[in-house]
Design a protein around this ligand. Structure first.
Ligand SMILES: Cc1ncc(C[n+]2csc(CCOP(=O)(O)OP(=O)(O)O)c2C)c(N)n1
Ligand SMILES: [Mg+2]
Length: 374
């Protein structure tokens, strides 16, 4: 019996704008207009400012912990902008803030989340996303389920889920991919390959040459893009999202990017990362190349940069104020938002939580209206 090849495949790599801001005109034709690039560049400046301020809030004791998004903005913005706001559904991890803001999450919600305030997770009505997922990988299964619901209800909507390179080493990833592919649901799997999973480099946790090739096992369209190239990310995302919307099933995108900061504020990456590697990636910063592109087209200048940064500072100061001046939560929230129907034992605890050591229960009457102290 002759041997034959029963399957073969390859993975395409897409870059449209290089590190110097030069663009491949043919590939750029169907992507973003200069007007959109200008708008998204200012947005990127705003998001980078928020990221830096969040870091400072943590360092000054005003926030619990925070994972910086620095360096990964093009991946979040290019993909988020390609999805339809109010229609499609984002299922995030924790390093794509900009995509969430594009889809209507008020910026101060992210600060509230990392300040430990649960209200940061109460996604407003009409904003289509799940809260940040801190357990690695669990959200990908949710995305498959949400997309399956869209398919069953015959709604032309797409779920797009975000996760890191490290998450693709989890069983949940493969289960989500297998179900999505078998059921042909409208889901886009967007991997931000930032080269590190805390202190574990990519090549120590997987033997695959690319992350994108993992999707081949599930017969999904897959692509590797320069994740610091806004245009490439946008094009790949738009193609995948529209294919899913037309009934073409799930797709996979590997955005090759880099975590320019520590894993979180609880980490010190200098202990395990070579500064030469970091320096090389600083040169590939998505903001730098966009700025070079805009300058070459005479659409940007030092003055405009200064004005953009000033604008971002004022804007972000208001975001911080919104987070820090929110009224304190009620103690009773802990009972009210844990169960749909509160069990009897907790009902009793709620009723008597202010009972004094003498067994009195003097303050229940005003409880609902009275703000707690932390
Ligand atoms: C199920 C689970 N296991 C372990 C962790 C601890 N943990 C937090 S972040 C992280 C690394 C994630 O790396 P990656 O998926 O590449 O995302 P990145 O942080 O690089 O964006 C790990 C192991 C966790 N949060 N959840
Ligand atoms: Mg990673």
């Amino acid at each position: 019996m002759p041997s034959r090849t029963v399957y073969s495949a390859s993975v395409e790599y897409l870059q449209i704008m290089d590190e110097e801001g030069h663009v491949d005109a043919k590939l750029a034709k169907d992507t973003l207009s200069d007007e959109e690039i200008l708008k998204l560049y200012q947005f990127m400046v705003d998001c980078r400012q928020l990221d830096e301020i969040a870091f400072k809030l943590q360092r000054s004791g005003r926030m619990g912990t925070y994972p910086q998004n620095k360096g990964q903005e093009a991946a979040a913005i290019g993909s988020g902008y390609a999805a339809k706001k109010g229609v499609d559904f984002l299922v995030p991890c924790y390093r794509e803030n900009a995509a969430l803001f594009l889809h209507g999450l008020p910026m101060h919600y992210i600060l509230l989340h990392w300040m430990g305030d649960e209200r940061g997770n109460q996604i407003p009505e009409g904003v289509n996303m799940t809260p940040l997922s801190i357990p690695i990988g669990t959200q990908m299964l949710h995305a498959t389920g949400i997309a399956w619901a869209f398919k069953l209800k015959k709604e032309p909507r797409v779920a797009i889920t975000y996760f890191g390179d490290g998450a693709t080493s989890e069983g949940d990833f493969h289960e989500a991919m297998n179900f999505a592919s078998t059921l042909q649901v409208p889901c886009v799997f967007f991997c931000q390959n930032n080269q590190w999973a805390i202190s574990v480099p990519r090549d120590q946790q997987m033997n695959s040459a690319t992350v994108a090739q993992k999707a081949l096992a599930y017969d999904m369209p897959t692509i590797q893009v320069d994740g610091n190239d806004l245009l490439a990310v946008h094009k790949a995302s738009k193609d995948a999202i529209e294919r899913a919307r037309q009934g073409g099933g799930p797709s996979f995108i590997e955005a090759v990017t880099y975590r320019l900061a520590d894993h979180t504020t609880a980490d010190d990456a200098r202990r395990y990362r070579d500064t030469k590697e970091v320096d090389a990636w600083i040169g590939k910063d998505p903001m730098i190349r966009l700025r070079k592109y805009l300058e070459r087209k005479n659409l940007w200048s030092d003055e405009k940069q200064k004005a953009a940064e000033e604008k971002a500072k004022v804007f972000v100061a208001d975001v911080v104020k919104a987070a820090e001046t929110i009224e304190k939560p009620l103690i009773s929230d802990i009972f009210d938002y844990t169960y749909a129907e509160i069990p009897e034992e907790l009902e009793r605890q709620k009723r008597t939580m202010r009972t004094s050591s003498l067994g009195q229960d003097p303050t229940q009457a005003g409880l609902a209206a009275e703000p707690s102290t932390y």
